[in-house]
Design a protein around this ligand. Structure first.
Ligand SMILES: [Zn+2]
Length: 66
């Protein structure tokens, strides 16, 4: 039983590393991946998203980018 858990952990870790290489970017959590203007709930959030700079994507945790 412990061996199966170990295999599952290693397999999920391997898949996570592979997915980081295939898709290093994920939609920005703050603007939801919208490009350009950020439709914020408050007036101060209008304009480019401060988190991704209006790109609409963020580097996933563990990815190193280009
Ligand atoms: Zn954003």
């Amino acid at each position: 039983m412990g061996y199966l858990i170990l295999v599952a952990i290693v397999a999920s870790f391997g898949w996570w590393r592979l997915s980081l290489r295939l898709w290093p970017y994920a939609p920005c959590r703050w603007c939801g991946g919208r490009k350009g203007n950020n439709v914020g709930s408050s007036r101060s959030r209008w304009g480019n998203c401060s988190r991704c700079g209006g790109k609409g994507k963020r580097l996933r945790w563990g990815a190193h980018g280009q």
